[in-house]
Design a protein around this ligand. Structure first.
Ligand code: AMP
Length: 222
């Protein structure tokens, strides 16, 4: 039996838990986790032309130009790993990107099947983001208070040294939140209008949020 691809968009402000939950959804539903933030950070570390162009925008908490991100996305979307569907994390970030994604998926006879909106109030986001630490080697994410590693500063999974993202400093976070409200929040309406939006309470434990997402996913058939 041929199953149709399943394409899921994770929406929500920075710090809502999109990365953590997208990883879990990708594992549970056998999707490709497609995080444009992770991909861009890899390009920056690699020092590629794209990385060098993107770095300044990222450091300031601004969006990287659509054309740069779009090219990067296109290559991944056409890869074999994306054939069964994707969990999009951090893309789209504005209405132009949403339109581009619709077009790219349509070429593959696919569409955004469901847009999951992780709703977390702004007050909680600042605390989450300033305490966030991540492992550059394996991508694991921790929080100094709510989800600390067993040994401070060391990744439980791979033993790598944990770091704070350059854009998780308070003044940059404020800019990222401003950009979110101005450019990304209008996407809720975009997906609501076509009946694809599901809102999920993004506070509580990671397991609780994941259960809510699974529940919301039940309304979507492959
Ligand atoms: P994230 O890891 O999703 O919080 O993204 C970190 C940073 O990468 C953002 O603040 C932007 O500078 C950049 N970025 C990630 N995804 C996109 C996107 N879809 N469009 C433009 N910039 C992006």
């Amino acid at each position: 039996m041929v199953t149709r691809a399943l394409d899921v968009v994770l929406l929500g402000p920075p710090g809502a838990g999109k990365g953590t939950q997208a990883k879990r959804l990708a594992a549970a539903y056998e999707l490709l986790h497609l995080s444009t933030g992770d991909l861009l950070r890899e390009e920056v570390v690699r020092g590629s032309e794209l990385g060098r162009e993107a770095e300044g925008y990222m450091k300031r908490g601004e969006l990287v130009p659509d054309a740069l991100v779009g090219k990067m996305l296109l290559a991944r979307l056409h890869s074999q790993q994306a054939a069964a569907g994707c969990a999009f994390d951090g893309y789209p970030r504005n209405l132009e990107q949403a339109g581009l994604l619709d077009g790219l998926l349509a070429e593959l006879n696919r569409r955004v099947d469901i847009a999951l909106y992780l709703n977390v109030p702004d007050e909680a986001l600042l605390e989450r983001l300033t305490g966030r630490r991540s492992c550059p080697s394996c991508g694991a994410v921790y929080h100094v208070v709510t989800h600390p590693p067993h040994v401070e500063g060391v990744c439980d999974t791979c033993g790598g040294a944990l770091v704070q993202r350059a854009d998780d400093r308070e003044e940059v976070i404020r800019e990222r939140l401003r950009v979110y409200h101005q450019q990304t929040a209008p996407l809720l309406e975009h997906y609501q209008a076509r009946g694809a939006l599901r809102e999920v309470v993004g506070t509580g434990t990671q397991d609780e949020v994941f259960e809510r997402l699974r529940e919301a996913m039940r309304s979507t058939k492959r």
